[in-house]
Design a protein around this ligand. Structure first.
Ligand SMILES: [Zn+2]
Length: 98
């Protein structure tokens, strides 16, 4: 069965994971959802029809055709925004980085 996927969501998730390893920011569910929303609102949607196995090869194609730097910038600025506009009080979860 073919499904429609917004590849940009997958790319943003991949970049958020990269940034988690590099940067210290709150990774609670709320903040991560905010980062995804903000970044995705700044980036064009990339819908593709896929059957399961195809997803990752399409992801590579899109990763190559998109300027990776634009994606990084969108995600990093979303992280910076969410860090300074947290929807919860500062607490221990700020240091919840693994
Ligand atoms: Zn948080």
């Amino acid at each position: 069965m073919a499904t429609i996927t917004n590849m940009m969501e997958k790319l943003v998730d991949a970049i958020i994971n990269e940034q988690k390893a590099k940067t210290d920011f709150c990774v609670c569910e709320t903040c991560l959802a905010d980062v995804r929303c903000l970044a995705l609102n700044r980036l064009p949607a990339k819908y593709v029809t896929t059957s399961k196995g195809e997803l990752y090869s399409k992801m590579d194609q899109i990763m190559e055709s998109q300027n990776k730097l634009d994606l990084d910038i969108a995600v990093i600025s979303a992280i910076e925004y969410v860090c300074t506009h947290k929807q919860h009080p500062d607490s221990k979860d700020i240091k919840s980085r693994k």
